[in-house]
Design a protein. Structure first.
Length: 291
C-alpha cells in the first residue's frame, strides 16, 4: 500500500503533450530554414558560415528539447529565429556587381501624357545563347494605342514549373515585352534552390519579342507557348504602368526586394486578366508570324 505522504506524480494530458510536439516540429522547420539562410546568405567564408549554422541549429535544438520549463526554451529558440529573420530581411540588393553583358544595363521609362519612352530596350542579335551582338535601343510608344496583352509561357523542364513573359501589343509599333528575371553576375549560374534565398537581384528585362522569345525557343531549346488575354486596352495599359512603377522601385538603392518576390507580384498582376483558351495556340512561339 502506498504511503500517505508519498508524492503524487502528475501525468501530462495527452492533448498538451501533442501540442508541445507540434510546436517543436514547426519550430524545427523554421530552424532548418534559418540554417539554410545562414549558409546561403551568410559569410562568404564557408568555415565561418558552417560554424554559424552549427551554433544556431544545435543551440536552437538544445533550447527546444532540454531547457525547462517548455515555455522558456521555446521562447529562447523563437528569439534566435527572430534575430536571424531580422538580419535576413535587412540584406539589401546591390547594383555595383560585375554583371553579365545581357543584364548589364537597367531599362528606364519616361512618361509624358500618352507618350512612353523606354531606354535600354534589349534587342540583341544572337548567334548562340552566349554569343551575341549587344544592342540597346531607345523606343517610343503611344499608350493610347495599346490594343492588347499577350502572355508567353516558357517551359524549360518539368511542366509543373514555367516562366511567364508579358507582351504589350500596340497599333503602330513593335510589341513591348517584359520578363522579370534574376540578374546574374559574370560566371554565375542560376540555382532554383538558391533562388529561394537572397542570392540574386531582380532584373526587369525590357526587350523586343525577337530577343526574349527567340532566345528561349531557338537557342535555349525551351517550349514556349503564346496565350492571348481577354484584357481590354485600358486594363492592359494599367498593368503596364504598374510594371513600370514596380521596376522603378526595384532599382532604388535601398530596395528590400528579394529574388523570389517576383512570383508574388506576377501572380497578383496576371490575376487582373483572363486566359482565353479559345485563342490559345499550341504551336511553338518561334512559329508565330510576328516573330
Amino acid at each position: 500500500m502506498a504511503m500517505a505522504n508519498e508524492p503524487v506524480r502528475k501525468t501530462e494530458p495527452r492533448g498538451s503533450a501533442l501540442l508541445r510536439w507540434l510546436i517543436r516540429v514547426a519550430l524545427l522547420v523554421l530552424i532548418a530554414w534559418g540554417c539554410a539562410a545562414l549558409w546561403f546568405d551568410g559569410p562568404s567564408s564557408r568555415p565561418l558560415a558552417a560554424l554559424l549554422v552549427a551554433l544556431f541549429g544545435l543551440g536552437s535544438a538544445w533550447l527546444l528539447f532540454f531547457v525547462r520549463p517548455f515555455r522558456r526554451g521555446t521562447s529562447a529558440a523563437l528569439l534566435l529565429l527572430v534575430l536571424v529573420l531580422g538580419w535576413w530581411l535587412g540584406i539589401a540588393p546591390r547594383i555595383d556587381r560585375n554583371w553579365q553583358p545581357d543584364v548589364a544595363l537597367l531599362s528606364t521609362a519616361e512618361i509624358s501624357g500618352d507618350r512612353l519612352t523606354m531606354h535600354n530596350v534589349r534587342n540583341f542579335d544572337y548567334r548562340s545563347e552566349t554569343d551575341y551582338i549587344p544592342r540597346w535601343e531607345t523606343r517610343t510608344y503611344d499608350l493610347a494605342k495599346i490594343r492588347g496583352l499577350d502572355v508567353f509561357i516558357s517551359y524549360w523542364g518539368p511542366r509543373a514549373i514555367a516562366h511567364t513573359i508579358l507582351s504589350w501589343q500596340f497599333e503602330d509599333s513593335a510589341p513591348l515585352v517584359i520578363s522579370i528575371e534574376t540578374r546574374k553576375e559574370v560566371g554565375e549560374d542560376y540555382s532554383a534552390l538558391r533562388g529561394f534565398f537572397r542570392q540574386f537581384e531582380l532584373y526587369y528585362v525590357v526587350s523586343d519579342e525577337r530577343d526574349l522569345i527567340r532566345l528561349r525557343t531557338n537557342f535555349r531549346g525551351e517550349d514556349v507557348y503564346l496565350y492571348r488575354l481577354r484584357a481590354p486596352p485600358a486594363r492592359a495599359r494599367s498593368l503596364l504602368l504598374d510594371y513600370l512603377r514596380e521596376q522603378k522601385r526595384c532599382q532604388e538603392p535601398f530596395s528590400r526586394r528579394v529574388a523570389g518576390s517576383w512570383r508574388i507580384w506576377l501572380l497578383r498582376s496576371v490575376a487582373c486578366v483572363w486566359f482565353d483558351e479559345r485563342e490559345r495556340t499550341d504551336r511553338p512561339a518561334h512559329q508565330i508570324d510576328r516573330l
